[in-house]
Design a protein. Structure first.
Length: 225
């Protein structure tokens, strides 16, 4: 990803023939952040989730419109445009705002950032009329709406068997769920004070309330209901 990073930490839109060009658009940030979140959930390498957070902070600095509570499609550093648009309609590719609102929800849980969760919720609430009128052009917003209105689970796996436990749990389809884990002690906010030497424990949390940790994937899956 180094080829598409700008000196200030932002993203270029393209890298071709050994040259990075064009300041990144919001869709570039939402896609890369989403990819980094997925990569973290697959590997539990905190490097990826930390990079996702940094890019989200950059997005707020350069794309967020405080008046509407949404994100512009272009950066404030792209000064050659007469008007900055806000993209909302989901098509074959989800809109940049619906995508980054998903990212915000996930990152709000990983870093215990209530403000980001509220912004994500406010973004989708602005689309309620569009959702009821034409779901075909708001399908990605619709999936986010379900995440905000239905139980949302955090599954934390800590201990030496974290990889095996994660593979076993992911055999079941568990919607509205995020995963985080570590073999050792972690400073990631969602993982703090979860590590117990010599044990692999699974914490299932909902609405900031966690069940008693369990020691098997099967028992954890039973708690996701």
């Amino acid at each position: 990803m180094a080829h598409v990073r700008m000196p200030d930490g932002g993203l270029f839109h393209a890298y071709t023939n050994g040259e990075s060009r064009i300041i990144g658009f919001l869709e570039d940030y939402s896609a890369v952040i989403g990819g980094l979140i997925s990569l973290y959930q697959s590997t539990f390498n905190e490097r990826w989730i930390t990079q996702a957070k940094a890019l989200m902070e950059y997005s707020f600095d350069h794309f967020f419109d405080h008046q509407s509570g949404l994100f512009f499609f272009t950066s404030d550093e792209q000064t050659d445009l007469p008007k900055r648009n806000i993209e909302l309609t989901d098509s074959v590719i989800p809109s940049s705002n619906s995508s980054i609102a998903h990212d915000l929800l996930y990152l709000s849980h990983y870093f215990e950032n209530d403000d980001w969760e509220k912004i994500s919720n406010q973004m989708v609430l602005q689309q309620k009329e569009s959702l009821s009128r034409n779901l075909n052009s708001s399908s990605h917003w619709g999936s986010l709406y379900l995440m905000h209105t239905h139980p949302f689970f955090e599954i934390t796996i800590n201990g030496p068997e974290v990889a095996a436990f994660t593979i076993k749990m992911k055999e079941d389809f568990l919607p509205n769920t995020i995963y985080e884990g570590s073999e050792t002690v972690s400073d990631l906010p969602i993982l703090k004070n979860r590590f117990k030497e010599g044990k692999t424990l699974v914490y299932v949390c909902k609405d900031k309330v966690c069940a008693v940790p369990v020691e098997s994937p099967k028992m954890a899956i039973e708690l996701v209901s």
